[in-house]
Ligand binder design. Structure first.
Ligand code: G3P
Length: 218
C-alpha cells in the first residue's frame, strides 16, 4: 500500500520524506490555509521535497469552466502534481476532460461506492474515500472503502482507492486489510505507526545486555 502524508506543512513533509517511505502528499484548501503560506509556493516546495511523489493540489472553483482553468494552471506547476477535484457534477465532468488530456486526478470528498463508481467511470487516478468524517457521524467509514476496492477490481477500473480523513493508526491497519491502494495520513499519526511497546522494551533489553557486557562495534 502506498503511504501519503496529509498536510500543508512543509516541515512535516520534510521529516516524513526523510524516512524514505513516503509515496506522496495530499493537500486540501483547509490544510493550505492552515499553513499560512501561499498555495503555489507551498505546493512547489512539497514537490521539491518529494520529487518522485504524487502531490495532490485541489481546485476551489465549483463551476466547470473556472474549475478547468484552475486545474490547467495547477497541473502546469510541476510534473508530480495530481489535480484534486471534489465529487460534484462539474467535478466528474472535469475529471473526464483532464483524463483525456493525460492529467492525473484525485477525486475528493467521496463517501460512498456509488460516488466512487462515478469517479472511476470518469477515469480518476485516485479516489479519496473519507473514513474519519463518516465515523464522526456514527457510521463505519471503512465499509465504503471495502466496497470501492471490490468495485474497481470487479470492473477492471484503473482508479486507485485512497483512504483519507484518517484519525488513528487503526484506520491504516483497516485500509491494509481492505486492500486499499493508498492511505493518506496526518503526520502525527504516521509517527504513531512506528510505535510498539514490545519494540521499545526489546531494544532496551538488547542495549542493556550489550552495554552490560561492555561490548563495542566501533
Ligand atoms: O485531505 C483530505 C482528508 O484527508 C482530510 O480529512 O477529516 O482529516 O479533514 P479530515
Amino acid at each position: 500500500m502506498k503511504l501519503f502524508v496529509d498536510t500543508g506543512d512543509v516541515e512535516e513533509v520534510r521529516r516524513a520524506a526523510e524516512w524514505g517511505i513516503l509515496d506522496g502528499v495530499t493537500t486540501n484548501p483547509t490544510l493550505i490555509a492552515k499553513s499560512g503560506k501561499g498555495f503555489k509556493e507551498t505546493v512547489l516546495k512539497i514537490c521539491e521535497l518529494v520529487p518522485d511523489g504524487e502531490i495532490s493540489a485541489e481546485v476551489v472553483a465549483t463551476d466547470y469552466d473556472a474549475m478547468l482553468k484552475e486545474a490547467l494552471e495547477i497541473s502546469s506547476w510541476h510534473k508530480s502534481i495530481v489535480v484534486k477535484v471534489p465529487l460534484i457534477e462539474p467535478g466528474v465532468r472535469l475529471v473526464r476532460t483532464l483524463t483525456e488530456k493525460g492529467i492525473k486526478t484525485n477525486v475528493t470528498l467521496v463517501f460512498s461506492v456509488s460516488q466512487a463508481l462515478l469517479a472511476a467511470k470518469a477515469g480518476a487516478t485516485f479516489i479519496s474515500n473519507f473514513v474519519g468524517r463518516v465515523d464522526d457521524i456514527g457510521n463505519d467509514g471503512m465499509d465504503a472503502v471495502a466496497d470501492s476496492v471490490a468495485m474497481v477490481a470487479n470492473y477492471g477500473f484503473h482508479s486507485q482507492i485512497l483512504v483519507a480523513s484518517v484519525r488513528h493508526p487503526l484506520h491504516v491497519v483497516q485500509a491494509v486489510n481492505a486492500g486499499a491502494h493508498i492511505a493518506t495520513v496526518p503526520f502525527k499519526i504516521l509517527q504513531m505507526l512506528f510505535k510498539h511497546p514490545l519494540t521499545d522494551a526489546g531494544l532496551k533489553r538488547f542495549l542493556d545486555d550489550w552495554n552490560a557486557a561492555g561490548l563495542k562495534i566501533l
